[in-house]
Design a protein around this ligand. Structure first.
Ligand code: SF4
Length: 80
């Protein structure tokens, strides 16, 4: 369950679960900017946007990657 402030994809999101173990500060920054910042935060997260279209997002994509959503989606489709 989420409270509206928190992204509904947290349980399956490696960024939220702390995959960036070597950089706890960065994880906390991502959480406050994207994951726990309401709909505005989610809508700025490339992972969230890609997941909304494709149902998932490759684990190595950062919320603020310089790739566009279209580029990520095209790459996923090309790789099947
Ligand atoms: S990184 Fe993006 S998709 Fe993952 S929990 Fe945070 S807002 Fe959601």
């Amino acid at each position: 369950m989420t409270d509206g402030k928190t992204c509904e994809k947290t349980s399956k999101c490696p960024i939220y679960s702390g995959v960036l173990k070597s950089n706890e500060m960065l994880t906390q920054t991502y959480k406050s900017l994207f994951c726990e910042n309401g709909i505005d935060g989610r809508n700025k997260c490339k992972r969230f946007q890609v997941s909304s279209i494709m149902g998932s997002c490759p684990p190595n994509i950062l919320p603020n990657t310089s790739l566009t959503v279209d580029e990520i989606v095209a790459k996923m489709r090309a790789e099947g």
